[in-house]
Design a protein around this ligand. Structure first.
Ligand SMILES: [Zn+2]
Length: 297
């Protein structure tokens, strides 16, 4: 009976949607499943995109290395389905990019399939302290470097120091010359809002280190303008230039005795004004650097 009623309701909803095409232009209701996509980057390397978040997964004959579950307040099933559409090999690992819940929540279905969870040591400590309800505690930790080899693929897990968090890994595939690292090297973007959890000026040192490494393709945790899913070393160079220009501009304001509001009003960085979040987030990025130059924090 319940099933019949649901079917009738669904039919009525579909009919009303068809009868009212204007509704298609309204925002999707919260219950609508977020869009997903699988993109092949190399023979054995894929991006799973879940709405505006991205995770890399690596397919080998001996099993799959998945990364961030990106399933905060939404099911992990589409990610697992996307992997299983490519291979039936078992998911051996889930590796967290850093400790932030919007990227790492929702891993339990991967755990139920037997995956081993790996993260930087500081991420495990953070998760253990905060006990977020939907985040699987890592089974294994990385300090500065670990190499995972599986089915002929080599993956390096590198900790370059503090940047967007104190637990960010750079995952590098040396043969494929691909890196996956999240939230600190956007494809043309200023830093997110107030740069919460970001270490200044450590992030600039981290960018110099990542630029000096051997790789060609960047997979970031979010697509860039126009839905672009991968970047290059130029994106890391651009981000370093942006932060250095921002830092110098804010330092001058502080040295001139200007206030937070003065700095926000005075500073414009036209070189970066085409980046999509420039107008919204530049003032908050200014405040982050103001605190660094004014108070050393
Ligand atoms: Zn983050």
């Amino acid at each position: 009976m319940l099933r019949i009623n649901l079917a009738a309701m669904a039919a009525a909803l579909i009919a009303s949607a068809l009868a009212a095409p204007a509704q298609a232009q309204q925002p999707a209701p919260p219950s609508a499943p977020p869009p997903t996509a699988t993109t092949k980057v190399a023979d054995n390397v894929y991006i799973f995109r879940y709405a505006n978040h991205q995770a890399m997964f690596i397919v080998t004959p001996a099993g799959v290395i998945a990364t961030d579950p990106i399933s905060l307040r939404r099911p992990a099933k589409p990610y697992i389905d996307a992997i299983q559409a490519v291979t039936k090999a078992p998911i051996k690992y889930v590796i967290y990019s850093h400790s932030h819940f919007d990227h790492i929540a929702g891993g339990q279905p991967f755990k139920d399939l037997g995956a081993v969870f790996v993260a930087q040591r500081n991420a495990k400590a953070r998760i253990a302290a905060l006990k977020p309800p939907d985040v699987v505690v890592p089974d294994q930790v990385v300090d500065d470097r670990r190499v995972i080899t599986l089915g002929g693929t080599t993956l390096e897990l590198l900790y370059l120091g503090k940047n967007h968090s104190d637990s960010t890994l750079v995952m590098r595939l040396p043969k494929e010359k691909i890196i996956f690292t999240v939230d600190w090297i956007p494809i043309q973007g200023v830093q997110f809002r107030g740069m919460a959890d970001t270490y200044v000026p450590d992030i600039e040192e981290g960018l110099k280190k990542v630029i000096a490494m051997d790789w060609e393709t960047l997979i970031p945790g979010h697509p860039g303008p126009g839905g672009k899913q991968t970047g290059t070393k130029d994106n890391a160079r651009d981000q370093l230039s942006y932060l250095q220009d921002l830092s110098a501009a804010v330092k001058k304001e502080v040295n001139d005795g200007k206030s937070y509001d003065d700095a926000i009003n005075d500073i414009s960085l036209p070189k970066y004004q085409a980046w999509p979040n420039y107008k919204a987030f530049l003032p908050m990025n200014v405040v982050r650097y103001y605190d660094f130059w004014n108070r050393g924090i």
